[in-house]
Design a protein around this ligand. Structure first.
Ligand SMILES: C[S@@+](CC[C@H](N)C(=O)[O-])C[C@H]1O[C@@H](n2cnc3c(N)ncnc32)[C@H](O)[C@@H]1O
Length: 455
């Protein structure tokens, strides 16, 4: 019987989908952070549940050859990164294992999975961050949440963010003190400043700051002037109003306080406009690698009409537009659709039709009206695709599906649905968009076997 607060010596069998080590004590599963496969560790049990326990690492007794010292001083507490204790090449091998495991465990599938495409820049790659603000105006804390909690790890810098973000962390602490900005207290649901969202463009050296507040802060004019003084690269300053008791970071209303309503960034040769609520891949450099993979799969299948479903600001649509006759791009967020329209005009692309709406409603409508694509690109949020959408693709026997996913679990679930409805998975290509974390992006090429046989 595993006991709370007791120390044990264990061997790590494998890692789970969140890169936590799995060990067994008399067959009972124990999860522990910051370990690697085959390591022997002394652990202390922190929590015992019915089917598993959680433990803290006390000491590594037998080290993996793939272990390294994490570069970040906050790594042991901060919940932002999970694999910084593994050499980068090993992070890539582990991510491949996580993808294989998800397909096997959730999808009951064993497709061909390629090695993960890594990056030459495993640090300082992120173009966006949302920093929770805590403490009080005398001693503000800005950072990330501790693992599995909402306690803030107060930091001065983050090694996976752009350097601009470090300046904002330091500079905003000064401004909170100077202007006595009331910091939001999540438990009491009181205070004003909740989060600071920073978006920065690597290509254009510019940044957007969004102050997420319960109400417009007092002294806003003076705060604005100090922000403009402190951060000369700023291009756009917003206050976003979020008065609700919620974990969702951004509220509904964005108030442009200064500058341009969007910032611009580049992927390859294409330039994109980005509004506060628009999705944009967080690793601009590696996104080009990801999208080239999508184009490569599309070239394999030769499609005239393509649907880009969950299209965000139209980045994939614009990448594939030169290789087909017409693209239909479907996206829920109106600002993102407006950004996409502007960018396609600026990039001189005219063969994309942008549709704002829910994919699971708009796609069945389009298909029923007789617009039938030869290829569909799916790039859903972490929750994966709505069943209704997959059913309509199956019903119309869409010949080719290219599925881009940032969540191997929902990818495996949806692949399994498509597989049992006649789709074969030809290849899975993982791409590392999120070094130092357990997250991994995949591009999957699927073809409708039934359609090919009957054609
Ligand atoms: C992972 S992002 C992909 C965006 C884009 N393909 C890219 O690479 O930047 C998913 C997008 O789906 C949108 N979305 C979420 N639910 C949706 C739905 N039910 N219908 C259409 N779009 C949706 C989100 O707003 C977001 O822009």
């Amino acid at each position: 019987m595993v006991k709370k607060s007791q120390e044990y010596i264990v061997k790590i069998d494998t890692l789970n989908h969140q890169a936590q080590g799995i060990a067994r004590i008399d067959g009972f599963v124990v999860f522990v952070d910051n370990v690697l496969i085959d390591e022997v560790a002394k652990i202390k049990i922190e929590e015992v549940k019915k089917e598993y326990a959680k433990a803290n690492l006390v000491e590594i007794l037998e080290k993996s050859p793939y272990r390294k010292d994490p570069e970040c001083p906050y790594y042991d507490f901060c919940g932002g990164c999970h694999l910084m204790h593994a050499k980068y090449q090993h992070q890539l091998s582990l991510k491949k294992l996580l993808v294989e495991d998800a397909f096997k465990r959730i999808g009951k599938l064993s497709p061909k999975i390629n090695d993960v495409i890594g990056t030459e820049n495993p640090f300082r790659y992120r173009n966006k961050t949302a920093l929770p603000v805590g403490g009080d105006y005398k001693k503000p804390q800005i950072g990330f949440y501790k693992k599995m909690t909402h306690d803030i790890v107060d930091i001065n810098y983050c090694l996976i963010q752009h350097e601009f973000c470090d300046n904002v962390i330091k500079g905003m602490k000064d401004l909170i003190q100077k202007h006595k900005i009331e910091v939001y207290d999540e438990k009491k649901h009181k205070g004003v400043l909740r989060h600071i969202v920073v978006r920065n463009s690597f290509a254009f050296d510019e940044m957007m700051i969004i102050l997420v507040c319960t109400k417009v802060p007092e002294n806003l004019e003076a705060i604005k002037n100090d922000i403009l003084d402190k951060f000369p690269k700023i291009k756009s300053l917003y206050v976003n109003l979020n008065p609700k008791r919620t974990n969702v970071i951004l509220g509904e209303e964005d108030i442009l306080i200064w500058g341009s309503s969007t910032i611009k960034d580049k992927i390859g040769n294409l330039t994109f406009e980005i509004s506060p609520k628009s999705f944009f891949q967080v690793n601009s450099m590696q996104t080009e690698v990801l999208y080239r993979q999508v184009v490569k799969y599309l070239m394999n299948v030769e499609a005239e009409i393509v649907f880009d479903i969950y299209s965000g600001i139209g980045t994939i649509s614009m990448f594939v537009a030169p290789f087909c006759k017409k693209v239909y791009a479907i996206e829920l967020v109106r600002d993102a659709v407006e950004d996409a329209k502007k960018s396609s005009k600026n990039n001189g692309i005219s063969n994309i039709e942008f549709i704002c709406g829910r994919a699971e409603i708009e796609i069945p409508k389009l298909l029923k009206s007789g617009v039938i694509p030869q290829a569909v690109i799916l790039d859903p949020p972490r929750t994966g695709c709505e069943k209704q959408l997959l059913e309509s693709l199956v019903e119309h026997k869409i010949p080719n599906i290219i599925y881009v996913s940032c969540n191997p679990s929902t990818l495996a679930r949806d692949s399994s649905i498509l597989f049992s409805n006649g789709y074969e998975i030809l290849e899975v290509q993982p791409v590392d968009m999120f070094p130092q974390t357990f997250h991994v992006e995949c591009v999957v090429l699927m073809t409708n076997v039934k359609k090919q046989i009957s054609a």
